[in-house]
Design a binder for this molecule. Structure first.
Ligand SMILES: [Zn+2]
Length: 145
């Protein structure tokens, strides 16, 4: 089964060490995700591709207990739907990214904890490919390091 990204231009590294693709304003330095063609702060169009750090800190989160509206949501619905966590992860004081979380367990999530980018199965497309999207998971310290 081939793995394909849920959308182009969102992340790199399908096989290992994925990174989110953001943009950075070469005039004022602001970083955005997803990448934008013009700067939301100074309106410059001198935006350069900027790969975001793979780790950050959980800034806020909640759980998605029912399928989001379709469209734009294209994932499982009905009995196939599995609740998931959603939140904002702050990456290197540069940008807060709205993201799916690998856990929807309140006991496993805490504001300020270190999070790491991973790619997770999202759905299977009509050609039998596994469509993957990005998510952040808690970084577990110790033991298996
Ligand atoms: Zn700018």
């Amino acid at each position: 089964m081939a793995r394909v990204p849920v959308a182009e231009g969102i992340f790199t590294g399908l096989d290992a060490d994925p990174q989110l693709i953001g943009s950075r304003c070469t005039e004022c330095g602001i970083v955005t995700f997803p990448a934008q063609d013009s700067c939301p702060r100074c309106a410059s169009t001198a935006m350069a591709e900027h790969l975001l750090p793979r780790r950050g800190r959980l800034w806020a989160w909640t759980t998605q207990d029912f399928p989001p509206p379709t469209p734009p949501y294209t994932g499982p619905t009905g009995r196939d739907f599995v609740p998931f966590g959603v939140g904002f992860v702050e990456l290197a004081d540069e940008v807060k990214v709205e993201t799916r979380l690998t856990s929807a367990d309140p006991a496993a999530l805490a504001v300020g904890m270190e999070m790491e980018l991973v790619l997770v199965p999202f759905r299977t497309d009509d050609d039998g490919n596994q469509v993957v999207t990005f998510a952040f998971r808690p970084v577990t310290s110790g033991a298996s390091a």
